[in-house]
Design a protein. Structure first.
Length: 226
């Protein structure tokens, strides 16, 4: 494992530890006395379990240097978490951050991270050029969720991971473009996150207040009283 991987692992592990703590809070809501909270927590349970199983498989393969198989499992987990996001985009933050946006953001970046290790000759000029291009997909991906869904949790998660990439690249090679690009992406995502988060914190945006699914299904039909 090269120096980039070591530093990215160290910084991203901090993110994972915080995420695991938040996930413990999510699990506690499964035993809540509030029926609505229990229903919301249970509705994402199958995806949460599958995420942990696929992530465990990825880690076991990664540490044994089976990077090709590890890439397959991380892509499968990305599909699982993306499906979860689009099925339940508006659940409360105590569910959304630890179960949906946090794991999804980490998995998206991990696809590139593991892929960079997997490709032959990662230090070649061609690999560096592709790396400098693909890193901007983090910005596009983050802005998509921030603009379309006003999801400041996704923006914050990706900005932290971009900072991790920037630090690891800077410590690896000072004269390079990628750490500059990473910090630019981090700054843009962080500013966009603040722009969206402040209205939500002041109560002007209730997107994460409760799940919208189910409420519309239980609403009476307009034509019943005709």
């Amino acid at each position: 494992m090269n120096a980039l991987s070591v530093w990215w692992c160290a910084l991203s592990d901090i993110t994972r530890i915080v995420l695991f703590i938040l996930q413990a809070g999510y699990i506690a809501h499964l035993f809540s006395g509030t029926v609505e909270r229990v229903n919301e927590a249970c509705s994402v349970g199958s995806h949460f379990i599958l995420n942990n199983l696929l992530h465990f498989a990825f880690v076991m393969l990664f540490v044994r240097s089976y990077f090709g198989w590890a890439e397959l499992f991380i892509i499968l987990n990305f599909i699982n978490l993306t499906s979860l996001y689009f099925r339940h985009p508006g659940y409360a933050r105590f569910i959304h951050q630890p179960v949906v946006s946090g794991p999804l953001a980490w998995t998206f970046v991990a696809i590139y991270w593991n892929g960079a290790i997997m490709v032959p000759h990662p230090e070649s000029l061609v690999a560096r050029i592709f790396g400098n291009i693909f890193i901007w997909s983090i910005l596009v991906y983050g802005l998509f969720y921030i603009i379309i869904y006003k999801d400041y949790t996704m923006g914050f998660n990706l900005s932290v991971l971009s900072a991790a990439i920037g630090v690891s690249q800077f410590l690896r090679q000072v004269i390079a473009f990628q750490w500059i690009f990473a910090f630019i992406i981090m700054a843009i995502l962080f500013v966009a996150t603040i722009v969206v988060a402040i209205p939500a914190a002041t109560g002007k945006d209730v997107k994460f207040a409760r799940a919208r699914e189910g409420d519309t299904e239980r609403a009476p039909l307009l034509g019943e009283n005709n």
